[in-house]
Design a protein around this ligand. Sequence first.
Ligand code: URA
Length: 257
Amino acid sequence: MTDSERPWYLDDGEAPEGERLQKVLAQRGWGSRRACELLISEGRVAVNGEIAVLGRRVNPDSDRVEIDGVAIGVRPDLVHYLLNKPRGVVSTVHDPHGRQTVVSLLPPEPAVHPVGRLDADTEGLLILTNDGELTFAVTHPSRGVEKEYLVHVSGRVSSGNIRRLREGVELEDGRTAPAVVSQPQPGVLRITIHEGRNRQVRRMCAAIGHEVVRLVRLRIGPIRDSSLSPGQWRHLTSDEVIALSSASGVDRYAPKA
Ligand code: URA
């Protein structure tokens, strides 16, 4: 008798906690419930680091589920996209001026919102999701999630000015925190910041007398991808969602002690 065939009258009367593992796996696209029961009985599924047995229930909000050692997300209701935002597209859900928005580049359902903003003229990686907790964590300055940019500026930047960018420059909303800055080529900077103030990179460069000619975001915390062409998107993998959650202090997927 498989777990799903077990009649209700054999249950012990206690209200069970969580959802049956095979149901959660089936919802995540791992096959029928019977096929997922087979995965479990073959010992290929682990929950919080322990091989699961048939009958295991999981809490979709907090348990870490792995198949063949690869973590899967257990929140089938959440979607996380990684988009390479093209220049000229706005990072809002709706634009009153009728410009193209980032959400128009993605499937219409489920509704998602951008995680933070890139200026219309900025290109590069942008995450869009319906995961409110992760959005808050990735964008909140106190969580310190790094964002790395490739910045083409007018003219070569002197070593003195690179030092100023590294140490922090005075902006109208206060001094910037120390940043990681290098100049791999004259006039091209790599800048990593973790504050995410409005137009921060452009204003930092303006403060040292250089105009930004092109700005591309290369990395959001642990997430990078140089293979997406402008306008192209993909789903974040479960491992990436877990890595981003952990980098931003969301412990939803952390293994239980
Ligand atoms: N800094 C900026 O100035 N603009 C962006 O879009 C992102 C970071």
